[in-house]
Design a protein around this ligand. Structure first.
Ligand SMILES: [Cu+2]
Length: 106
């Protein structure tokens, strides 16, 4: 599967990417953690990760069909990823090793 990176969103969630079919689930990065440890979404859905801390975060995704490394995410910056294939995807912050969650795509 090719990269499923959709886009990086800049600033206050203003999309600079094409419209994504399917639903988008928002996950906040706050207090050096993801707001949920595990998230279930349907295949083809997207997740928008938003940095709600006052310092940078990052997103690193590893899974059966998806490897993704975001750039550094400034405060209030968001990254949106689509998950076209089923599987369990490990999501971490490259800056804060204890920040991790799983996206379960069904
Ligand atoms: Cu972080």
């Amino acid at each position: 599967m090719t990269s499923v990176r959709i886009a990086a969103l800049i600033g206050l969630g203003l999309a600079i990417c094409p419209v994504i079919a399917g639903s988008i689930t928002s996950v906040s990065q706050r207090n050096r953690s993801f707001e949920v440890a595990e998230l279930q979404i349907a295949r083809g859905g997207a997740v928008r990760f938003t940095n709600d801390d006052a310092f940078p975060h990052q997103i690193a995704v590893r899974g059966p069909s998806l490897q993704y490394e975001s750039d550094l995410m400034a405060p209030l910056q968001a990254v949106e990823l689509q998950f076209p294939d089923a599987g369990r995807f490990d999501v971490r912050c490259g800056i804060h090793p204890r920040m991790r969650m799983t996206v379960d795509v069904r």
